[in-house]
Design a protein around this ligand. Structure first.
Ligand code: ADP
Ligand code: MG
Length: 549
């Protein structure tokens, strides 16, 4: 059907009509040479905003800016940010995201250079009567003007800088494995953020400078050679006095799985794509995890290779999250003493003497075998216990935000001082789980919700999943993407015979092939592409999760 071309006139003629008449706007319109489609109309003025898609065929952007998938993702992100700027002060909602450059349903650049933008427009009608003139201005003028500003008049030099920054980060990240690195922090990077709730770079921060011993130079396609600190595979310890920048360095590595916008300060801080932050999270649910690597026996007599609880302790929650990460394919674990269960991390010589029957196997005993036998590296912030000095391959010290390499001295101290007795060796294989796909059906029991409730919570059917301890989730739209990914896993990907890891492989392949469309399947809402690890983390926290025997 040909697009209608009288949107503004139609709206004006509907002035004062009952709100439900807005529904007649569904479909395609041609507005000021813009291809505009009303995808979804809200049922009432208080419902989530109506969704409008704008397809720009004549964007006029230089072809080299959209020549690869990474460039297209970056360009789309750049354009969305421009659109958000242009629409500031209007009621239109643009899901442009934070400092991470994620694939998002709100904006895509197709491989033929066509730009597709989707925004949320609250259709005006406070008294359930259509405000026709206001709506006509919003859809007929405000939107097309903003698209002209953000797309047709886009600053091509700024777009190129944005695209090249993202492309460089992708290349730096891709270079890590061949160089035997798990992470890289460029000299000059700005790691600290303004505050716990403000992701912008801290003003006046001390720029990062890596120690000579750990200095490597990686090649970026646009920036050329980039020098910085390489974090090697194996076991890396970040030590230093309190408040000297240890956690800030680790958080930058956590964020390094994503690309960042120019000006963020962490544009050239990259981490292997399968690096996973772990922490203690008492109270979480655990469903049939093999935690035997960290829990030798339980006071209740429950089997530790098939451990379930609706209320994990600090240590068992961290043990569960650790084996779950390994199961999902993590090859780097990122751990901070600030958010770890002490008894999961350490058990010193004196406590070994006093308590002979400790059921917990501390991480310090498993961290080396985990790498040797499973290829999983660990980067650990630990300022409070020297027990790790002897098991670390690399020890980085943070002193007044400056990094130095103290590996040799740490090994000397470990060799000379009193030491704990090694009680366990090796790292047992983690039993792969087969999930019952029926337990991932959000429509079960009549509930139909897959709704992101902010950055920290996902409503999935009858379940309310607390994601506040899944620290590498970027934003609310990624939570929505995780919810959709769970539904997709349950509806066609997991078949009750393949393992969870195999299912995540299939999910990744589908996301690679179809982008966020794989998650939406014709639905129109804001989602950002999640990593498999955050999808797995949400799945593992579902209280309704069931396994196949
Ligand atoms: P630690 O984990 O060693 O106790 P943090 O990483 O939490 O220390 O950092 C302590 C404080 O110092 C935080 O407020 C952080 O924002 C700030 N900070 C960290 N790195 C820098 C830096 N390079 N320049 C300025 N301030 C920094
Ligand atoms: Mg800290």
């Amino acid at each position: 059907m040909a697009p209608r071309d009288d949107l503004a006139a139609s709206l004006r003629s509907m002035d004062g009509a009952s709100y439900g008449r807005y529904r007649s706007l569904s479909g395609r319109w041609s507005v000021a040479s813009l291809d505009l489609e009303v995808l979804r109309v809200q049922a009432d003025p208080f419902a989530p905003p109506s969704r409008v898609r704008m397809t720009v065929h004549d964007a006029g952007l230089p072809a080299d800016l959209w020549s690869t998938a990474d460039r297209r993702r970056a360009l789309a992100s750049f354009l969305l940010r421009g659109l958000r700027r242009s629409l500031r002060g209007t009621p239109v909602n643009v899901d442009a995201g934070g400092p991470e450059v994620l694939e998002r349903s709100a904006g895509t650049v197709r491989d033929d250079g066509v730009v597709v933008l989707e925004v949320g427009v609250p259709f005006p009608g406070p008294k359930r009567r259509i405000l026709g003139r206001e709506a006509a201005t919003l859809l007929g003028e405000t939107l097309p003007t903003a698209v002209r500003e953000a797309v047709h008049s886009a600053d091509h030099a700024a777009a190129r800088a944005f695209v090249e920054t993202v492309e460089d980060a992708v290349a730096l990240r891709a270079a890590l494995a061949d160089r035997g690195l798990v992470g890289f922090v460029a000299d000059g990077a700005v790691l600290p953020r303004r505050s716990g709730v403000d992701d912008r770079p801290l003003d006046g921060a001390t720029p990062f400078a890596g120690p000579d011993e750990r200095s490597v130079t990686l090649e970026a396609p646009n920036a050329g050679p980039v020098r910085g600190m390489g974090v090697p595979e194996g076991v890396t310890l970040i030590v230093g006095g309190g408040y000297h920048g240890k956690s800030t360095l680790l958080r930058a590595l956590e964020a390094g799985v994503y690309d960042h916008v120019p000006g963020d300060g962490r544009e050239q801080v990259v981490t292997r794509p399968d690096a996973v932050k772990l922490r203690a999270e008492d109270g979480r649910a655990v469903t049939h995890d093999d935690v035997s690597a960290f829990v030798a026996h339980l006071p209740s007599g429950e089997p530790t290779d098939d451990f379930s609880t609706t209320n994990a302790s600090g240590s068992t929650s961290q043990a569960a999250s650790t084996v779950e990460a390994v199961e999902a394919g993590a090859d780097v674990l990122l751990i901070d003493e600030d958010t770890s269960a002490t008894n999961m991390m350490i058990r010193d010589a004196r406590m070994q003497q006093l308590i002979a029957t400790e059921p917990l196997v501390p991480f310090v005993e498993r961290v080396r075998p985990l790498h040797a036998e499973h290829g999983v590296s660990t980067v650990l912030v630990m300022g409070g216990s020297g027990d790790y000095l002897g098991v670390a391959d690399t020890v980085i010290m943070m002193d007044a935000y400056r990094a130095s390499d103290v590996t040799a001295r740490a090994h000397e101290i470990a060799a000379s001082g009193p030491s704990r007795t090694v009680e366990h060796t090796g790292f047992p294989a983690v039993t792969p789980r087969v999930v019952d796909p029926a337990s991932l059906d959000p429509t079960a029991k009549g509930k139909r919700r897959v709704t992101a409730r902010g950055r920290d919570r996902l409503s999935f059917g009858e379940d309310d999943v607390d994601l506040s301890a899944v620290e590498q989730i970027a934003d609310r739209s990624q939570v929505a993407g995780i919810g959709r990914a769970l539904a997709l896993l349950g509806d066609g990907v997991l078949d009750g015979t393949i393992t969870l890891a195999e299912g995540l492989d299939l999910l990744d392949a589908e996301l690679e092939r179809r982008g966020t469309e794989a998650l939406l399947d014709g639905r129109s809402e804001d989602v950002a592409r999640p990593r498999r690890h955050e999808v797995a983390a949400a799945l593992n926290r579902l209280r309704s999760l069931r396994l196949r025997p």
